[in-house]
Write a protein of this length. Sequence first.
Length: 286
Amino acid sequence: MTVTPLGIPRRLIEFTLDGQETRVPEGSTILEACRGAGKDIPTLCEGDTLTPKNACRVCVVEVEGARVLAPACSRRAEEGMEVRTDTERARHSRKIVLELLASSTDLSTTPRAAEWLKEYEAKPDRFGADAARLNEEPKIDNDLYVRDYDKCIQCYKCVDACGEQWQNTFAISVAGRGFDARISTEHDGPLTDSACVYCGNCIEVCPTGALSFKSEFDMREAGTWKEEEQTETTTVCAYCGVGCNLTLHVQENEIVKVTSPHDNPVTHGNLCIKGRFGYQHVQNRD
């Protein structure tokens, strides 16, 4: 038995993972089981603060007896299940998905995307120069964050974070169909005219950099963004008495962005506009 944070016992179930008997708490996903076993399964749309939409389909695995491949991020492990993660069928599917995404989307700021493209020998260029792309200029209509839809893989995590799963603001949604589908504000108006409260929780969950801090966007454009040189310090927000944790990302003694720990019981990675963007008053000014 294992115990939940509320002290409720969870029984363990047994299933086979790549030929090895594996025990995980009931309700665990296959992806959680894989990570517990030290298996590196690629995924773009999965996160630890939102219910998975299994949108990107990069994490698919083969389940014995199933007609189709299963998304490991949302498929629950079941008693007696037999799962294979590294079959030719699963790897081929991941390769095709990565090729399709990379041929139509800018994955240059997507963590580990280049590594996975190399690992699966994906060749996005084989679809030709006419592969569908938005070819839009980044939307810069406020001083806090930038929307670059050329990097969007339509995982809907930002919609969920803005909507019923966290903020309940519903400032953004999916507009259009097929290749014309994209994340949009109501009537595709400026963000400043929408219901957005600038909490930045959509930025927190975006896996590709389609949503980014204005500070980060400007520094990347100028070639001065050096993530490997940045330090991270977690502190407590002083704006109110809730006690939200802030992680300050500092480069050359300047705060360049603020995130929040996803495992914090108060915030679960979420902040308000003050906590996420109101850090300028602590910067050194000559």
